[in-house]
Design a protein around this ligand. Sequence first.
Ligand code: PMP
Length: 361
Amino acid sequence: VKEQLRGLPPYQPGKSIEEVKQEYGLSEIIKLASNENPYGSSPTVKSAIAAELDRLAVYPDGYARALREKVANHLGVKETQLLFGNGSDEVVQIFCRAFLEPGTNTVMATPTFPQYRHNAIIERAEVREVPLVDGRHDLEAMLKEIDENTRIVWVCNPNNPTGTYVNETELRAFLDRVPSHVLVVLDEAYYEYVTADDYPQTVPLLQEYEQLVIMRTFSKAYGLAALRVGYGIASESLIRAVEPAREPFNTSTVAQAAAAVALDDQAFIRACVEQNRAELERYYRFCEEHGLKYYPSQTNFLFIDFGMDGNEVFQYLLERGIIVRSGKALGLPTGVRITVGTKEQNDRVFETISHMLREKQ
Ligand code: PMP
């Protein structure tokens, strides 16, 4: 195996409900570990999938034409400005494959979504990580890391695992100063959840900044994580350049059909986002009442700093049937990241954490 793969840990997903059921003999388990949509997906998805079941012997449309047309119309971009991936995970991989190699480097925040680093290591590029400041990207320090060998700068906006964001003024000032030979990949996996007024309108920025790539996904607000559809939006020439690095049939027929109808149901998205915001605010109040620090979030998750070993909090919740992510595994060792669930799920989280805080006092 190649040197860069030796000892490289594979991606560590959150624990699954089945695993926890078996391990702890619990029946009522809630998983708030992977920022999935607790309300599922649009009710239109099931019949769209059913309609494809007669076509399973046939390869999918590798270019995802029908979905491409819908997404292009929805965003107001050309169809040729889109690149679909088997989740945005694959879009990350494609851009790394296309731009990184030994002798190049890539700049990112830490902690952030781990797949940028992971794929860069596989391509043997140097990884330059710039610590967050107060949970936010330090764009100034990131600029300082850029040199003539830099190929990609990653801005996870809003950032996973903190939920914090770079606003329009900050992003523009940053893009104005990134040299033109460097790509800026803006990972907007949680875009639909954003409610802040000063969050940047990113698609129009593509006309001003040729080096900009935006990534979005159907896995989060659209609730289709199981089907694996993410996409990149960039200039036509950039998309054309990376297209050979894409697997020929990387999104399935079923996934394309589901994503297309899910996109049409914007009422579902609006309802989920509204509910998420209301529940997020209940989390804020809960944290404030209990003297817990948190990063204000523009996503469907919240990082809570308990000022104690994140694994301990993780374990306490796990043993009571609540799966979250320990900050220890995410580079923020004194807290946990919790996906905002339904009201009932969140009530159970609040109750369990209150209990823990009383016990540990
Ligand atoms: N980017 C970010 C910031 C994420 O949190 C995730 C999901 N964990 C992804 C990308 C990948 O999502 P998917 O491959 O399901 O589109």
